[in-house]
Design a protein around this ligand. Structure first.
Ligand code: AMP
Length: 220
């Protein structure tokens, strides 16, 4: 079987992180851990935590570091991730989260952090066109919709626009990305874990670039 991997995906909203993370998880046979998906599942389940997170998410803000760190710490200690690794998508999003992740992964350190680079004008257009399956999270676009109406090709779920994909919320998230998440680029560069990958082009092109980066790191 393919060797597993411990990988973090960085990149501004709409850079294609989620799409690539799903493919990478299939390729390396490891779980795709998306903190956004975990939060949306809590919202859908109507838990108290979900209800509190919902108002923050709908406004385009960030859920508190302590909560997110607790959620990820727990997930990274489950046996599937400790055995083979994971593709972490949407975490860390702040330097304190990055520092905590370093402590959490002390025994099994990250292999690589991929920064998917896509210009802001491009992601704004992509996000406002983005549509997502409510149940499985599969991502579509108004330019590449499901085959039959807004019904997911994968599991038949309803395909909708995320509540936080409106233009106002997206602008707020892009500002927050620049202020809170971008500082993780030098943080990981200093630790010699960062690789920048051009996120423009087809999903196949970008996937091939990311794989090449992982393989280059392994061969190094
Ligand atoms: P995403 O699907 O990664 O865009 O996440 C959707 C929303 O969930 C974000 O806009 C935040 O409100 C929240 N969220 C996801 N991951 C994190 C995180 N690591 N730290 C704080 N908030 C998060």
């Amino acid at each position: 079987m393919t060797e597993g991997v411990r990988l973090v995906m960085l990149g501004r909203q709409g850079a294609g992180k989620g799409t690539q993370a799903i493919r990478l998880a299939q390729h390396f046979v490891v779980p795709h851990i998306s903190t956004g998906d975990m939060l949306r599942a809590a919202v859908a389940a109507g838990t108290e935590f979900g209800l509190r997170a919902k108002s923050v998410m709908d406004g385009g803000g960030l859920v508190g570091d302590d909560i997110m760190i607790g959620v990820v710490d727990e997930r990274l200690n489950e046996s599937d991730t400790t055995k083979r690794g994971y593709i972490l998508d949407g975490f860390p999003r702040t330097v304190p989260q990055g520092q905590s992740l370093e402590a959490i992964t002390q025994e099994r350190p990250l292999d690589l952090v991929v920064d998917l680079e896509v210009p802001e004008e491009v992601v704004l257009e992509r996000i406002t066109k983005r549509r997502v399956c409510k149940t499985c999270g599969h991502i579509y676009s108004v330019d590449a919709p499901p085959k039959n109406g807004w019904i997911c090709d994968v599991d038949g779920g309803e395909v909708v626009q995320r509540a936080d994909d409106t233009e106002d919320a997206v602008r707020k998230r892009l500002d927050l990305y620049a202020a809170e998440t971008k500082p993780l680029v030098p943080f990981y560069a200093e630790r010699n874990l960062l690789v920048e990958v051009d996120g423009l082009g087809t999903t196949d092109d970008v996937f091939a670039r990311v794989l090449k980066a992982v393989e280059a790191r392994r061969g190094a």
